[in-house]
Every structure is written in structure tokens, then in C-alpha cells.
Ligand binder design. Structure first.
Ligand SMILES: Cc1ncc(COP(=O)(O)O)c(C=O)c1O
Length: 370
């Protein structure tokens, strides 16, 4: 049977109760521990807090069921991405990263990989597929990319990478494992910021690496153990709790995004709307085959920055904030961070609010701005 993320999610929800004894709590306990009882010859799963922790294990188990692959968790998405880049790449290795993806990955490559002798090249998400990969050691991409929501064909790129013996790493933050499964499409490694929709409650930073290659996962686990880039048991618990509602949250978020995206283009103050679920999106057909849903993010280009700011600040049910994927609808003008987008371009992240109530508030503000 082919892997179905929703079936796996349901199994993950009930995983703990099927493995505990009568009288044990159904909710996962937080185990704050730096060290564990360890007499004589060291043995057992838990010896020292930098190496393992039962609360991490519970959270990793669930993410692992959703990825259908072993998972190593990290204290942020950047810690997960850095673990992959720094533990695998060696001097003179060539790395390809998106010129239009999450900007801190580019800063990381520039500031810390280049001085180590790694050759870093950039390419837009739309041009990755046509690159000659033969010189590379690793290709890292995002699809849909953040913030422009461009797509690239994972299956085609993975086949090209495999033929050229290049590692393909996919940052799957914008879709979560419920919305897109890059490993099934041929990627070697998935990295993600679980700070976003996977946790979804805007209360902690978190990240993970998933891979079906045992050597890669072993190396990443070693990296975490030795560098000490570990998650706190409390944060692992928060993410465990957030994860339990991922399916229902993400469904509402995507439903809200889809509805709002179709409505927005009717307003003269809006120059364009980017959403993979719209037939006007250049990669709509690819989105239909590559993703399980169209995601919770919309790119909205307003006529200018002033109108964009007014929309964000005057909507009662939009929180002006950086980041995305939370239960509250949020938005920001990405040009304020220097992203290569128009001044009026807003990344709108849809939350779990009831669709009609959310939209009627946005509609009133748009009517006022028009
Ligand atoms: C696509 C993408 N990858 C990685 C990250 C980094 O995640 P974190 O902030 O959890 O380190 C972000 C953060 O916005 C992101 O949008």
C-alpha cells in the first residue's frame, strides 16, 4: 500500500495510547533530565541529556510517522538546515541554493560555508530544474518558495540529482509533511522549520531533519549530540501538543487561503494574487500533482506599500508579524526585510479563524481602501 500521510497521522495520534499500560497518562509527559541513573557498564536508551530524552523521542516518533522516515529534531529550522549543511559539506564541495528562498539560508552559506571552502551558487526556484547538476555535491530547494510561492518539479529534479549522484535537500516548511512528501518524490533529505504550521501556536522555535538514508540520519544525530544543538524537553512537549491538531488546523488554514485568494483579485487595490491553488498560478498543474493541498500562504501584491500596510493594520483579524503558519492569520510586507519582491507585496498566512468571519472583516477593509 502506498504511504498515506492522513492515515499515518491518525495512527500517530493513537500511537502512545497503544503503547502504554493501564493507569499511565494519555498525554506525553515532559521529562526534564540532564542525566539518568547509570550504574556499572553504560547501557539503555537514556544516559545523558545531550544524547537522548523521552520527550524528544515522543515528538520525533510522531514526526517520523508523518515523514515515513527517521527524524532528528532541532531547536529551530535554521539549526536543522545548518546541521545538514555543516555535517555533510566539505571544502571544494559545490552547493546550489535558491536565490529567492528563505534569506537566512543564503546568509548562513555566505557567512559560514564559504569561509570553510564550500563553493556556494544561487539560482532562482524556477531555474533549478534546467541546471546542470554534475558539478554539485548538494542541491537545496524550497517549493513553494518563501516568499514568492514559486514551484519547481520535485520528481524531475530528484531524478536529475540521482543521475548525477547529487544529494537533494528539500526545505518543506511551507507545506508540512501533510501537504507534500518530498522523500516520496525522490529527495534524499527533508529539512523544515516546525516553528511554522507544524507546531502552529507561535510559542516555540523547532525544526527537524528527515531522511531514509541510514548513514545520513546517523551523521545528523552525531552532529546534534556533539555540537549540543538540542531541543529542550519543554519545547518538544509543546510541539508534540501542537502536532496533535496539525491535520485539522492545516485543513482550515488551506481552506481559508483558497477562499481568500479567489476573492482578493476582485479588488482594484490588489495588483496580483499568487496562490498555487489558483488556475492563474503558472505551476497550478504541478501543484495539483505534487502537493496534497495548496498551502496556507498567499502572496498579495497591493498597488503600493502604503495600501499594503493599511490592509495589514486595519484588518482586525490579521496580526502584523513576521513568520507564518500560526493559528492566527498574519501578514507582512516582505520588502521590509529586503526580499526581492514589490514594495506592496504581502505574504499573507491564513490561520484557523472561521472563513466567513475572517473574510467579511477583510472585505470591509478592502472596500474602504478601494
Ligand atoms: C522556508 C523556511 N525555512 C527555514 C526557516 C528557518 O526557521 P526557524 O526560524 O525555525 O529557524 C524559515 C523561517 O522563516 C523558513 O521560512
Amino acid at each position: 500500500m502506498t504511504f498515506d500521510p492522513k492515515t499515518s497521522f491518525t495512527k500517530a495520534l493513537h500511537h502512545r495510547q497503544n503503547h502504554i499500560d493501564t493507569g499511565e497518562p494519555i498525554s506525553v509527559p515532559i521529562v526534564p533530565a540532564s542525566t539518568y541513573k547509570l550504574p556499572n557498564i553504560p547501557e539503555g536508551d537514556y544516559q545523558y541529556g545531550r544524547v537522548s530524552n523521552p520527550t524528544w523521542d515522543a515528538t520525533e516518533n510522531i514526526i517520523s510517522m508523518l515523514e515515513n522516515a527517521p527524524v532528528v529534531t532541532f531547536p529551530s529550522g535554521m539549526a536543522a538546515i545548518s546541521a545538514v549543511l555543516l555535517s555533510i559539506l566539505k571544502p571544494n564541495d559545490k552547493l546550489l541554493i535558491p536565490s529567492d528562498g528563505y534569506y537566512v539560508t543564503r546568509v548562513m552559506a555566505e557567512k559560514f560555508l564559504k569561509p570553510l571552502g564550500v563553493i556556494v551558487q544561487e539560482c532562482s526556484t524556477l531555474n533549478i530544474e534546467s541546471q546542470d547538476f554534475s558539478q554539485y555535491r548538494m542541491v537545496l530547494l524550497e517549493t513553494p518558495s518563501n516568499p514568492k510561492l514559486d514551484l519547481c518539479d520535485l520528481q524531475k529534479i530528484a531524478a536529475k540529482c540521482q543521475a548525477a549522484n547529487v544529494l537533494l535537500v528539500v526545505d518543506n516548511t511551507t507545506m508540512t509533511p501533510l501537504g507534500q512528501q518530498p522523500l516520496d518524490l525522490g529527495a534524499d533529505i527533508v529539512v523544515a522549520s516546525d516553528t511554522k504550521a507544524l507546531n502552529g501556536h507561535s510559542d516555540t522555535l523547532f525544526g527537524h531533519v528527515a531522511s531514509r538514508n541510514a548513514d545520513i540520519i546517523e551523521n545528523i544525530r552525531e552532529w546534534r549530540k556533539i555540537t549540543g544543538a538540542i531541543v529542550s524537553p519543554h519545547d518538544a512537549w509543546l510541539v508534540h501538543r501542537g502536532l496533535e491538531t496539525l491535520e485539522i488546523r492545516f485543513e482550515r488554514m488551506c481552506q481559508n487561503a483558497s477562499f481568500v485568494a479567489t476573492q482578493l483579485s476582485n479588488y482594484p487595490v490588489v495588483s496580483s494574487v499568487v496562490y498555487p491553488g489558483l488556475t492563474s498560478h503558472p505551476a497550478h498543474q504541478l501543484a495539483k500533482t505534487q502537493m496534497q493541498c495548496f498551502g496556507s500562504l498567499i502572496g498579495v501584491e497591493f498597488r503600493n506599500a502604503h495600501i499594503a500596510e493599511r490592509f495589514i493594520n486595519e484588518c482586525e483579524f490579521i496580526v502584523a508579524a513576521t513568520s507564518f503558519g500560526g493559528i492566527h492569520t498574519s501578514a507582512e510586507r516582505r520588502a521590509r526585510w529586503g526580499d526581492d519582491v514589490a514594495e506592496g507585496y504581502v505574504r499573507l498566512s491564513l490561520g484557523i479563524e472561521p472563513t466567513k468571519i475572517l473574510w467579511s472583516n477583510m472585505q470591509a477593509v478592502l472596500d474602504d481602501l478601494s
